[in-house]
Ligand binder design. Structure first.
Ligand code: FES
Ligand code: FES
Length: 181
């Protein structure tokens, strides 16, 4: 198990990574991340993206633009994809937050993760966690039926390496195989 989450299970309330919250401004916030209850002391203006990376130490979610324009920070909230850079962590108390770290079950990859590996759908990999979370959200939405529609509905996720054709191949394969949580 992730030692950070392990520490939280032991009852620590802490900025578990390297963020240092202002003690005069920090509030107690409880987030459910990847099925684990995480207790944090955090300022109300901290984005969910920074909370995940700097306070919880889950660095799979990436910071690209920090302005809602690249999709690198995409996570799932109650199964729906959002840009975590545009969301305040305190607003997500009581929600189920799923990050790239929470998609696999132990060593068993999520079908979308498997398909990305199978189709070589990444180069540098920086956009990949956001692409995969977004693809899982897209599949949950059950909307896109054609390759063009998948492309359109994934257009909020930018890949600087241009891995789009392989990303689409991977998503098409999983959509063809049925929907997955
Ligand atoms: S880092 Fe959030 S959209 Fe770019
Ligand atoms: S694989 Fe490099 S940014 Fe997408």
């Amino acid at each position: 198990m992730n030692t950070i989450i392990d520490q939280t299970h032991q009852g620590h309330t802490w900025p578990l990574a390297h963020a240092v919250p202002d003690p005069d401004s920090a509030h107690n916030v409880v987030l459910n991340i990847n099925g684990q209850e995480i207790h944090l002391k955090i300022e109300p203006w901290v984005s969910l993206l920074d909370a995940l990376r700097e306070y919880v130490g889950l660095t799979g979610t990436k910071k690209g633009c920090d302005h809602g324009q690249c999709g690198a920070c995409t996570v799932l909230i109650d199964g729906k994809r959002i840009n975590s850079c545009l969301t305040l962590a305190v607003m997500k108390q009581g929600c189920q937050v799923t990050t790239i770290e929470g998609l696999s079950k132990g060593d068993e990859l999520h079908p979308v993760q498997e398909a990305f590996v199978e189709h070589d759908a990444y180069q540098c990999g920086y956009c990949t966690p956001g692409q995969i979370c977004s693809a899982v959200g897209l599949i949950n939405e059950g909307k896109a039926t054609t390759r063009d529609e998948i492309s359109e509905l994934m257009s909020g996720n930018i890949c600087r390496c241009g891995a789009y054709p392989h990303i689409l191949d991977a998503i098409e394969q999983v959509k063809g195989a049925g929907s997955h949580e």
